[in-house]
Ligand binder design. Structure first.
Ligand code: NAD
Length: 434
């Protein structure tokens, strides 16, 4: 059997730049060795089940036709239907989709959900397209994926630059192209829909709430309070904003923010709702916020703080900046924000990392609630949803924290070990067809 390391080397020849897939494979290898994962299961989990690439034409506002490339990677479905987001970003490619799909498999397993892992998106910069063009791109992409997604097969959700509106277009397109008798029974083909169209009350804040709760649980384990703790956030979108919102409610102080437009800092504190209202009126951007100073992007991670929340893209904390981070805690809102080299430096410096597959799992747990609600025809209230989220995330946090403490390992490896063991058990119980 070709080892994972050999596989990484083979791919590295083709792609000299260290990609997200190299990170996820290395993280997997560490955990697999730790738990002595059965070699057959290791073979299965090292590869993706299906990789779908679609090229599709869309008519632009000026009458021209543009061709787009969309991806959907389905990593593993041993525990249930594939589940994971779709992102619209220039960095979307097959390598990123594979890595993100694999992370989803671990995340859904760790959370104890009946799902596998998938991920995808379209390689594009959405800021270059009108709302009408984005709607047509989304509908045509959904049509192109058609038979490869489905409410009991593969269930997409929002991710970077996609939102509840994107999911409403997807659900509508999918349902409209089914035979009449199947239409309404298919709205759970996607989650993260608007609350008025089959969405879950609170799904919008579920991921950020989970990031906040992970930080709160960590503080409680250390007999600390969040009051006056200084935090910085990279990415002030859905995840970054909601995490900041809940932390501020507990008395923590937001002191710096970085997004695609630049970085800002105010050591006396940035009022989260003021910044949110400013960014809403400013194309979603934080730069130029009048109640803070603009900061050079390279100085962002150098900001004095207690907690750092990367909530934008992958590969943001690397060997180049891990040395300058001042925080004692990294709470990974984004998927894969810390690469293996960056993590090594952080751990050597005694900095705790709450790993993505635990820290941002509130989103997929919220999606699961939405899916259940659609399947059973129920409508859940916001307070009910938040209480259920709290319970589920506390169970996951305690499981990972206790495993890491008992085994004397970092929280990421602990989270991977728990997640992979659950999948291994399912394969051992079921065997391999035929
Ligand atoms: P979003 O599109 O709402 O926000 C993304 C933010 O990142 C924006 O503020 C944008 O300006 C910023 N950003 C983009 N490029 C940047 C760059 N180069 N430097 C700094 N900031 C940059 O996306 P989101 O839904 O908040 O997702 C953020 C991260 O969280 C992603 O990694 C996503 O995979 C992960 N995540 C999201 C969810 C969810 O439910 N939305 C769930 C789990 C994980």
């Amino acid at each position: 059997m070709a080892t994972l390391t050999a596989e990484i080397k083979k791919r590295s020849k083709k792609a000299p730049v260290r990609g997200m897939m190299d990170n996820v494979m290395e993280q997997f290898e560490t955990a697999a060795n730790k738990i002595n994962l059965h070699p057959n299961i290791k073979k299965i989990l090292s590869i993706t089940n299906n990789e779908i690439i679609v090229n599709f034409p869309v008519k632009m506002d000026n009458g021209d036709v543009e061709i787009f490339t969309g991806y959907r990677v389905q990593h593993n479905n041993a525990l249930g239907p594939y589940k994971g987001g779709l992102r619209y970003h220039p960095t979307v490619d097959i390598d990123a989709a594979r890595a993100l799909a694999m992370w989803m498999t671990w995340k859904t397993s760790l959370a104890g959900l009946p799902y596998g892992g998938g991920k995808g998106g379209i390689k594009l910069d959405p800021s270059k397209y009108s709302q009408g063009e984005l709607e047509r791109i989304t509908r045509r992409f959904t049509f192109a994926l058609a038979d490869n997604i489905g409410p009991e097969h593969d269930i997409p959700a929002p991710d970077v630059n996609t939102n509840s509106q994107t999911m409403a277009w997807m659900a509508d397109t999918y349902m409209s192209t089914r035979p009449p008798a199947e239409r309404t029974a298919n709205q759970h083909v996607v989650t993260g829909k608007p609350a008025g169209s089959g969405g879950l009350e609170g799904r919008d804040r579920a991921t950020g709430y989970g990031v906040y709760l992970s930080i709160k649980f960590w503080a409680e384990k250390n007999n600390e309070s969040l009051k006056d703790k200084r935090f910085i956030v990279q990415g002030f979108g859905n995840v970054g904003y909601w995490a900041a919102h809940f932390l501020e409610q507990d008395g923590a102080k937001l002191v710096a923010v970085q997004d695609a437009s630049g970085s800002i800092r105010n050591s006396s504190g940035i009022h989260v709702e003021d910044l949110f209202n400013y960014s809403k009126a400013n194309n979603g951007h934080v730069s130029g916020f009048p109640e803070a100073f603009d900061l050079d992007n390279e100085k962002f991670f150098r900001t004095e703080c207690d907690i750092c929340i990367p909530a934008a893209l992958g590969n943001q904390i690397t060997k180049d900046n891990a040395k300058i981070i001042q925080a004692r805690l990294i709470a990974e809102g984004a998927n894969g924000p810390t690469n293996v080299e960056g993590e090594k430096i952080l751990l050597e410096r005694g900095i705790t990392i709450i790993p993505d597959i635990l820290c941002n799992s509130g989103g997929v747990v919220g999606s699961y609630f939405e899916w259940l609600q659609n399947r059973s025809g129920e409508l859940w209230q916001l307070d009910e949803v938040m209480a259920k989220l709290h319970k589920k995330l506390k169970e996951s946090f305690d499981k990972v924290y206790d495993y890491a403490t008992v085994e004397g390992i970092d929280m990421r490896t602990a989270a991977y070990c728990i997640a992979i063991q659950r999948i291994e058990k399912a394969y051992i119980q079921r065997g391999i067809f035929p």
